[in-house]
Structures are given as structure tokens and as C-alpha cells.
Design a protein around this ligand. Structure first.
Ligand code: 13P
Length: 339
């Protein structure tokens, strides 16, 4: 393991006022997103869209790293420049999603476990040659009647910890992403209870697998009511519940916590992050964002698969990156949405 290498990566990724852009949708997921704006989904249109995002002028002011899907890591622009290099030219670190998605957890109806550990070390060697300096693995935990079970949580935590240890052995910084999903009508208190249990279990597994906490980042969900819950929460309530949960579970040695957006509307995801950063108190970690949908939604809508909309798409992405950058400093106000 190369500690110096990972230290440099962590430091750059947690630079104040910056966050991470998740652009690592699998082919199936990006197809769904493209369908939403009537854009055709081909290898070319995916490259065109992501090239538009990555060449947004000034993106590096607010984005420290971008998580890529494997396909993108190998793609080049018309001039033959690899897409990861376009990011590096903006001072942005390329990362890579390395999990292979989820499968049903046998014996536990409704629960899933993330796969992709076999051959991971070998894949990382190749990803590193293509410019990746950090990685991401996402575990998905749904809330429902009797789920997630303790075994469902433990199986996912074990895989996350094994992944993180393998990344560090290869000198890549692991982003550890245990996502408690928003689907359902559960109350914020239920999400708090489940998230606390999940994070406890994940950090216990990380400890057992000798993962160096200083060289990893956590990408959790915020503590939120279910999407269909009639009692929605203010940014202040979300911030209180999320910070309480993180204080109880995340060691101070972890340098940064970069939230996923998870289906929150983009302006709400920004307001919630801001509320957390205005209430930090003596919290030891950098609190920022690693959004996919909440950063990309307006850019995708502006682009719609039309090359002539490139600049409009870039402006939309730049705006969300700028506002989330402000939120990561606790300096966002709703008025800023107007310009
Ligand atoms: P969302 O911000 O759209 O939830 O995506 C984040 C992510 O990387 C999911 O793995």
C-alpha cells in the first residue's frame, strides 16, 4: 500500500468548498435517465454527455473528483484525449465505480447484497493505469417490514470492508457507500435507527479488515423520512438527525463524509447539506456532497441529447456545483438559486 499516494488523494478530494460528482451510472441506469429526457442511449451519446459534463468551464472550482463508470474510463474525445485526462486537466481527480451491482440475498426476501469482489485487485491495477485514484462501492439497504435484517446489514458491511481493504492495498482511496434507501413511507426516526445500525456495523467490519480510516471517505445517505411519508422534514430536522447519527457512529479519523443525494430534489439536497454545515459545532469531518442526480438532473434536462445544448447543460451543472460548493461551507441561501 502506498500511504503517501492515498494521503495526497484524500487531501485533494476533501479540499474545502468542493465535492464529488458521481457520473458512474451503469449502462442500465443512464439509459433510464436518458429516456426521461428523450435522449437516445448509445456508447456515443453516453460519451458525448459525459464529455459535456467534464469539460464544463470552471468545474474544478467546486468539484474535486468525479466517479466514472468503467466504460467512461476507456473513452476518448474526438481529438483522441481520454476522458479521465480531460478531468485531470481541470484539476479534478478521476475515480471509478468498482462494484458489479446487487443480487438477491438468498434466504432474506427483499434484501440484496452487492457483488464484485472476485478479481477486484487485478481490475484495480488496470483502472489505476487509466488514471483512477479512488474507487466507489455501493451497498443498498431497503427499509420495509422486518428489513433490513441484521444479517442483511452484516453481509453488506463485510463486502464493503473487504472492498475497502483491497483498494487500499492497491493505493486507491475507497469511498465506502452504505445507502439506506428513501423508498417507502417510513418516518425519519426509522431511517435514523436503521442508518445508525448500518454505520455501526460497517465501521466494525472496516476495523476487523484493518482498513485505515484516514485513507477512506464515507458516502452515506442523509437521515430522511421515506419519500412517501406524509411527515416530511425541514433541513434543520434533517441536519439534527443526520449529525446525531454520524457523531454516534463515524470515528473522528475519517477525513470526509460525502453524502449521496438518493432521490432528493436537487435544491433540497443543497439546503440539507447547507443546514448540516451551519450546525457543525465540534464535528471532526469535512461534510460535503457526492451527488449524481442532484448535480446532474438540470444539466441532463438542458442537454436532452442535442449537441447544440452543450453550453446550456454545462451552465446548469456549473450552477449546481457552485451552490453545493457554497452549501459545503454553510454559505448557501435560497436567493442564490436565482442567478
Ligand atoms: P445519487 O446522488 O443520485 O443518489 O447517486 C449517488 C451515487 O453515486 C449512487 O451510488
Amino acid at each position: 500500500m502506498s500511504a503517501h499516494e492515498m494521503e495526497t488523494t484524500v487531501k485533494a478530494l476533501t479540499a474545502p468548498g468542493k465535492g464529488i460528482l458521481a457520473a458512474d451510472e451503469s449502462t442500465g441506469t443512464i439509459e433510464k435517465r436518458f429516456k426521461g429526457v428523450d435522449a437516445p442511449c448509445t456508447e456515443d451519446t453516453r460519451r458525448e454527455y459525459r464529455e459535456m459534463l467534464f469539460t464544463t468551464p470552471g468545474l474544478g472550482e467546486f468539484i474535486s473528483g468525479v466517479i466514472l463508470f468503467e466504460e467512461t474510463l476507456g473513452q476518448k474525445n474526438a481529438a483522441g484525449v481520454p476522458l479521465p485526462q480531460l478531468l485531470a486537466e481541470q484539476g479534478i481527480i478521476p475515480g471509478i465505480k468498482v462494484d458489479k451491482g446487487t443480487v438477491a440475498l438468498p434466504g432474506f426476501p427483499g434484501e440484496k447484497v452487492t457483488q464484485g469482489l472476485d478479481g477486484l485487485a487485478e481490475r484495480l491495477v488496470e483502472y489505476k493505469k487509466s488514471g483512477a485514484r479512488f474507487a466507489k462501492w455501493r451497498a443498498m439497504l431497503a427499509i420495509g417490514a422486518g428489513i433490513p435484517s441484521l444479517q442483511g446489514i452484516a453481509a453488506n458491511a463485510e463486502a464493503l470492508a473487504r472492498y475497502a481493504a483491497i483498494c487500499q492495498e492497491q493505493g486507491l482511496v475507497p469511498i465506502v457507500e452504505p445507502e439506506v434507501l428513501m423508498d417507502g413511507d417510513h418516518a425519519i426516526e426509522t431511517c435514523a435507527r436503521v442508518t445508525e445500525e448500518v454505520l455501526h456495523t460497517v465501521f466494525h467490519a472496516l476495523h476487523r479488515h484493518r482498513v485505515v480510516l484516514e485513507f477512506m471517505l464515507l458516502k452515506p445517505n442523509m437521515v430522511l423520512p421515506g419519500l412517501a411519508c406524509p411527515r416530511q422534514a425541514t433541513p434543520e430536522a434533517v441536519a439534527e438527525a443526520t449529525l446525531a447519527c454520524l457523531r454516534r457512529t463515524v470515528p473522528a479519523a475519517v477525513p470526509g463524509i460525502h453524502f449521496l443525494s438518493g432521490g432528493q430534489q436537487d435544491e433540497i439536497a443543497t439546503a440539507n447539506l447547507n443546514a448540516m454545515n451551519t450546525r457543525l459545532g465540534n464535528t471532526p469531518w469535512q461534510l460535503s456532497f457526492s451527488y449524481a442526480r442532484a448535480l446532474q438532473a438540470p444539466a441532463l434536462k438542458a442537454w436532452r441529447g442535442v449537441a447544440a445544448n452543450k453550453s446550456a447543460g454545462q451552465q446548469a451543472l456549473y450552477k449546481r456545483a457552485r451552490l453545493n460548493g457554497a452549501a459545503s461551507r454553510g454559505q448557501y441561501t435560497v436567493i442564490m438559486e436565482q442567478n
